[in-house]
Design a protein around this ligand. Structure first.
Ligand code: ADP
Ligand code: CDP
Length: 217
């Protein structure tokens, strides 16, 4: 017997806007599977760094993307500041993106655990990976608010980076992600914009559920 079509929720937005926190919670709320697509690019960038290579080396990045085993991602290592920067360098390479596109689409269409749907978060879910998603959100917040959130998070895991360094990282990454030719970060035409600058995690979740319930009804 074939499965009913999966219901897909696409959550995109810039670094530390809160999309992962929101997407994870939405997945629990709707009992859907969840995929953090940024973790795939982070794992590729981190693998290149761990091998002593440069993320700008296309051959090394592509080899790492092709060798990626999603079941063996080091969740601690990929959260570092350096892995985030490396991720956005390898993510600008069309061949790297192509190498992991199929996995993302397959996850969305056939969510693991027999779930009826999937929530994916990233930069190009609503525009490229799942343009037919049932509901699309583009989550934003000001660079200063995002940098402060990421700084708190990294400080908690022992990073010595200053808040000023993190603001610079975030601005660089925003620019690289939005200006690249391959799947640039941008809201899909039919995405709802959700600015979380002045919203608590709880308030952002409430606003997202209201938008998604309407889109799914
Ligand atoms: N609305 C919010 N208000 C305050 N902090 C938030 C909010 N949303 C997320 N955070 C915190 O900000 C940090 C980055 O959130 P995360 O969901 O990882 O962002 P992203 O996936 O967009 O990079 C986390 O530490 C998270 O707990
Ligand atoms: N769908 C996606 C997800 C991430 N990425 C890239 O991967 C990097 C890391 O993504 P992430 O979602 O883990 O970043 P944060 O928002 O958590 O800081 C981004 O800066 C993008 O360059 C992408 O290009 N496309």
């Amino acid at each position: 017997m074939s499965r009913a079509a999966s219901t897909i929720i696409a959550i995109d937005g810039p670094a530390a806007s809160g999309k992962g926190t929101l997407a994870r919670r939405l997945a629990r709320h709707y009992d859907f599977a969840y995929l953090d697509t940024g973790s795939l690019y982070r794992a590729v960038g981190q693998a290149v760094l761990a091998a002593g290579g440069s993320p700008a080396d296309e051959a090394a990045a592509l080899a790492a993307a092709e060798a990626l085993d999603v079941n063996r991602i080091d969740e601690m290592a990929i959260r570092s500041r350096e892995a985030g920067e490396a991720a956005s360098v390898v993510a600008a390479m069309p061949k790297v993106r192509a190498a992991i596109l199929h996995f993302q689409r397959d996850f969305a269409a056939n969510p693991p655990g027999g779930k009826a749907g999937a929530v994916l978060d990233g930069r190009d879910i609503g525009t490229v990976v799942c343009p037919d998603a049932r509901a699309k959100l583009f989550v934003t917040a000001s660079p200063e608010v995002r940098a402060h959130r990421r700084w708190l998070e990294l400080k908690g895991s022992g990073s010595a980076a200053s808040e000023a360094q993190i603001v610079d990282d975030i601005r660089d990454r925003d620019r690289r992600d939005a200006e690249r030719t391959a799947s640039p970060m941008k809201p899909a035409e039919d995405a709802y914009l959700l600015d979380t600058s002045n919203l608590s995690i709880e308030a952002a979740f409430g606003a997202a559920v209201a938008i998604i319930d309407k889109a799914m009804s």
